[in-house]
Design a protein around this ligand. Sequence first.
Ligand SMILES: *Cc1c(COP(=O)(O)O)cnc(C)c1O
Length: 204
Amino acid sequence: MAVTKYAEWEWVEALAGFHSVFGENRPQQLAERAPKLPKVEWHLIGQLQRNKVRQAIEHANTIHSVDSVRLLERIAHVAATLNKRPKILLQVNVSGEESKSGFRPDDLCAAWSQITDFQQHVDLSGLMTMAPATEDPEAARPTFSGLASLRDKLMGLDITAECGIKLSELSMGMSGDFETAIEFGATEVRVGSAVFGERVKPSE
Ligand SMILES: *Cc1c(COP(=O)(O)O)cnc(C)c1O
């Protein structure tokens, strides 16, 4: 996935000529950009507030950043009213850093039977994580292997199969560590600066 969050619109448009999966981290920017490039598959990768859920579902094919049961519940509810069944990835804070959002692995397992109930209204298609930000891609190994084993653990539970959940997507790896992520089974890498160059975050 090409992460377009700070990319100039001209670049995004140009890339859309030969690349088809884009990720935005803010629902607002997603809502502005997605309708202009309807052939692209747009994903939301950044934190989602409950009051932006409708906007996210209307414009994103997949939401990578579902980090609480409360948010999932809201998504399922809005999806039902819109007659949609969006693809959802559950964000996991594997590294345990305070600054990162996401389910703690233990909490995700503890809430699993509650989470699987939502499969009717959302397609629980996988897990997402972010590795600690360092210059050393090797440092990401425990995070990526941790996400892969968590997926295996959840797939081993009877309730997962009973609900028809496959968890086939592992969204992990960014510009600095995507090769390592692929070694550990990433099906989706979220690459921004390696495609568009280093960008500065625009002031809000
Ligand atoms: C910005 C961002 C990326 C891409 O990061 P790069 O290091 O620029 O490749 C990937 N995932 C998330 C959640 C992001 O916010």
